[in-house]
Write a protein that binds this ligand. Structure first.
Ligand code: 5AD
Ligand code: FES
Length: 361
């Protein structure tokens, strides 16, 4: 079946998804247009902000793709103070961002759990409950997820990275810290506790083909996920996966594939939140805006205190590391308008999918 027929027809199975992901030229444009149409119909043109605070790059894990992995001794490690995190939260609140994302390298300890719990309560207090909070702090035991939920976090992002267990294993060390089964259990636990649950994958990894990516999208669908953040894989010279750089698609094609993934996911899951990943902007200065035009509805402006931004380098060529949050805001305002979007200031912008899931629809 051709792309046109697939887009007109009903069923979107593995084979059809592969055809969409492999579309080029006019067919690709058809896919992009269809995705945009569906987005406007289902959720409108509003884009919501999640102010991103990357508060520490200290990480206990050693993922083979990630620039801040434990074994990378070239990284200057940092840990933003609680006061600075609260300042960033205040900035987000006062500037109408609606929500905040707390992200960091992955750590598990009782002291860490308590630190986050206290911060959550403080942020709720300083914003009088108005600021929505998303956590992106990796795998934790159930009790920790529960404590953080009770303290005020209501969304959690935990990327599955690759839904194929064999591939997952090739991108991570073989030990209990990096176990696919635990990642999956964690996602299920988050969903059961009541978090709006987000996941995502990297696109254009070595050894990965369009069939794997189609499976990733179907995984999100079967998991009934509420939000997705996915972006192109970008090699980092101080990581083990760097040795496979000659096997990668050229970077422009990885970018293009990421846009096709977003567009296809919008058609597959019409009412979820889809973020325009920062990694897109690392490749193309207008990357996030292009994602908004093909189905994305969430942007995560970086509001990490300036001097630390350069050190949260998961991949190379990270964008906007020199800008202060104020400049970012003005810049984004214009950019989103250019992409025919409108920013939903002071709104949480929860995924419609989640609202329906809660109402049992
Ligand atoms: N390229 C692109 N994305 C990356 N991430 C980590 N390393 C890279 C990389 N080299 C993504 C992972 C992780 C998120 C925080 O950043 O998907 O979940
Ligand atoms: Fe950060 Fe433009 S988005 S300066």
């Amino acid at each position: 079946m051709g792309v046109k027929e697939i887009l007109e027809g009903g069923k979107l199975g593995r084979e059809e998804i592969i055809s969409l992901l492999e579309a080029t030229g006019d067919e690709k444009q058809l896919l992009f247009r269809k995705a945009n149409e569906i987005k406007l119909q289902e959720i409108g043109n509003r884009v919501h902000f999640r102010g991103l605070v990357e508060f520490s790059n200290i990480c206990g894990k050693d993922c083979y793709y990630c620039g801040i992995r434990r074994s990378n001794s070239e990284v200057q490690r940092y840990n933003v103070t609680d006061e600075q995190i609260l300042d960033a939260a205040r900035f987000a609140h006062e500037n109408g961002y609606g929500s905040l994302v707390l992200q960091a390298g992955e750590l598990e300890s009782p002291a860490y759990t308590t630190r986050i719990e206290k911060l959550l309560k403080e942020i709720k207090k300083l914003s009088k409950g108005k600021l929505g909070i998303t956590l992106s702090l990796g795998e934790q035991v159930e009790e920790v997820y529960e404590r953080w939920f009770k303290a005020g976090a209501h969304r959690y992002l935990l990327r599955i990275e690759s839904s194929n267990p064999d591939l997952y294993q090739r991108y991570h060390p073989s030990d209990t810290l990096h176990d696919y089964a635990r990642r999956l259990t964690s996602l299920k636990t988050l969903q059961r506790i009541g978090y709006q649950t987000g996941t995502g994958v990297m696109i254009g990894l070595p050894f990965q083909n369009s069939g794997d990516l189609a499976d990733d999208l179907l995984f999100m669908k079967h998991f009934d996920i509420d939000m997705v953040g996915m972006g192109p894989y970008i090699e980092h010279q101080h990581t083990p996966l760097f040795q496979y750089r000659h096997e990668l698609l050229p970077i422009e094609q990885r970018f293009d594939l990421a846009l096709k993934m977003i567009a296809t996911l919008r058609i597959l899951m019409k009412d979820i939140n889809i973020a325009a990943a920062t990694a897109l902007q690392a490749i193309d200065p207008l990357g996030r805006e292009k994602a908004v035009k093909v189905g994305a509805n969430i942007i995560m402006p970086n509001i990490t205190p300036g001097k630390y931004r350069n050190d949260y380098a998961l991949y190379e060529n990270k964008p906007c590391v020199d800008e202060e949050p104020e400049e970012c805001k003005n810049c984004l305002d214009v950019r989103i308008q250019l992409a025919d979007g409108e920013i939903g200031y002071n709104e949480w912008g929860d995924s419609k999918h989640y609202q329906k899931r809660l109402a049992g629809k």
